[in-house]
Design a protein around this ligand. Structure first.
Ligand SMILES: NC(=O)c1ccc[n+]([C@@H]2O[C@H](COP(=O)([O-])OP(=O)(O)OC[C@H]3O[C@@H](n4cnc5c(N)ncnc54)[C@H](O)[C@@H]3O)[C@@H](O)[C@H]2O)c1
Length: 453
């Protein structure tokens, strides 16, 4: 089986390396020559645990190669996977499909012999059919079938997720395509992984429905955290009490400064647009999107009032052109964590991208550190008034408070003596609830977290 992965980002690179591990011959294609040069030289352009080793082993075994030559790879392949980005469009909530259609047209020109063209990219319902029409229009003689094979891996545990998925979804309406997809995923089928075959629109919608449901769970527990703060309850216990109910489940009930990342924000937005265009609005998801956007800025109010306990929370509406902080001494904050979650260097739609600029706008000085995301963060955040630090203690040096934005393991076990010595005032603002309030307070700190006393 020969496979071409168009796009060697988080999805294309991981799934390509995993298909090679299953025994397929895989060519990873990317239009970014720097990425391909790095991969050819044995490097890996992203941080994903275990990926470097998997790529090295499969490249050495002759089952994995990289190129910028899409035509050559697509010509050879039995299955071509489209794994390019589908970010939110600049002027609407629609998914921007320019990368998908660009790839599809390049594939059309190259097809030789029967080929399955499968989308792994998350695409709106109807995109498979549009790809089919574009390929047909461009290359009427091409012998091909479309499949939708949405990907459910999570950054940070992507290889494990790919190798041990809860299910594989394949949307296809052609028996040859179905056989080819079955044959590629056979090692997982032998592992008794459920394989769900559907029509193409259904497979496309499953991905959005799954992501939006998970995002709703996060949005729900975040609202419960706010309510807990008002009524004096403990959100951690509420989440546990809910999650132990088998009908609900404990996953995605972790309180946070709002979800971010390369998928949930753009996929929730895209589903609201898909639903609106179809005349069947999804009000629940609309509310999740709105509340999540609001939440990130609400976190700034929380940080601000923790640092200025004499002032009331919410006294600085976002966009306020005359922040009161400017008339007194600027506070310095240690920002611990910048990526949207731990074990990735991905900064896309991270809560830090909303929180950090607003803190700066209010006049704070920041000392920032992230174990893997520094390079990406530097490219995306303002440079003025941010000092980039070498570790958590360096970031906390002389700061008025430490703000935990991402729950990296190295922030879970801070040395309290070193922390106290580094901080100018002993204030910890934990927006991931990684500590037990009593323990931190007993170590002599003022501790602020979410949804707990
Ligand atoms: N990142 C995740 O955790 C995740 C999980 C599940 C699904 N998805 C979906 O998978 C898709 C890809 O996501 P990603 O995070 O891997 O994106 P990414 O931005 O990391 O990677 C996309 C890659 O495609 C390349 N590319 C764009 N156009 C190309 C073309 N015409 N030819 C060759 N290469 C091209 C880009 O250079 C880039 O390297 C998205 O639709 C996303 O929603 C992502």
């Amino acid at each position: 089986m020969k496979v071409a992965m168009i796009g060697t980002g988080y999805v294309g690179l991981v799934s390509g390396a995993c298909f090679a591990e299953f025994g397929a011959h895989v060519t990873g294609v990317d239009s970014n020559p720097e990425k391909i040069a790095k991969l050819k030289a044995g490097g890996v352009p992203i941080f994903e645990p275990g990926l470097e080793k998997l790529i090295a082993e499969n490249s050495a075994a002759g089952r994995l190669a990289f190129t910028t030559d899409l035509a050559a790879a697509a010509k050879e392949a039995n299955i071509v996977f489209i794994c390019v980005g589908t970010p939110t469009a600049e002027s609407s909530r629609h998914a921007d499909l320019s990368q998908v259609f660009g790839a599809a047209e390049a594939i059309a020109d190259a097809l030789e012999g029967f080929t399955v063209v499968a989308t792994k990219s998350t695409v709106p319902v109807g995109t498979g059919e549009k790809i089919r029409q574009r390929i047909k229009a461009r290359n009427p003689k091409a012998d091909f079938a479309i499949a939708s094979n949405p990907e459910f891996l999570r950054e940070g545990s992507a290889i494990r997720d790919f190798m041990h998925p809860d299910r594989i979804v394949v949307g296809c309406e052609d028996e040859r395509a179905r056989k080819a997809m079955y044959s590629l995923y056979r090692p997982l089928y032998l592992n008794e992984t459920p394989m769900l075959y559907t029509d193409i629109p259904t497979a496309e919608l499953i991905k959005y429905a799954a992501n939006c449901f998970l995002a709703t769970k996060i949005g729900f527990i975040n609202e419960m955290a706010d309510l807990c703060e008002k009524v004096g309850a403990n959100v951690q216990d509420v989440a546990r009490g809910m999650g132990l109910d088998g009908r609900i489940g404990s996953k995605f009930l972790h309180v946070s400064p709002g979800f971010g990342g390369s998928c949930f924000p753009k996929d929730t937005r895209a589903l609201t647009q898909i639903a609106q265009d179809a005349g069947s609005p999804v009000d629940i998801v609309e509310a999740v999107v709105r509340k999540n956007d609001e939440r990130k800025l609400k976190m700034v109010d929380k940080i601000w009032s923790a640092c200025h306990p004499e002032r009331s929370e919410g006294s600085h509406a976002a966009g306020d052109p005359s922040p009161a902080a400017q008339d007194d001494k600027a506070i310095t904050l240690a920002i611990l964590g910048l990526t949207f979650k731990p074990m990735t260097d991905d900064m896309r739609e991270s809560a830090s991208l909303a929180i950090v600029p607003e803190l700066l706008r209010r006049g704070a000085k920041l000392r920032a550190y992230d174990p893997e995301g520094m390079e990406n963060a530097k490219a995306l955040l303002p440079q003025k008034n941010i000092t980039w630090c070498t570790d958590a203690y360096d970031a906390m040096q002389g700061a008025d408070a430490a703000v935990i934005l991402t729950e990296w393991n190295e922030f879970r076990n801070l040395d309290w003596d070193k922390t106290r010595a580094a901080l100018h005032s002993p204030l910890i603002i934990d927006l991931r609830n990684i500590y037990k309030p009593q323990e931190v307070r007993e170590s002599g700190f003022t501790y602020v977290s979410l949804g707990r006393k």
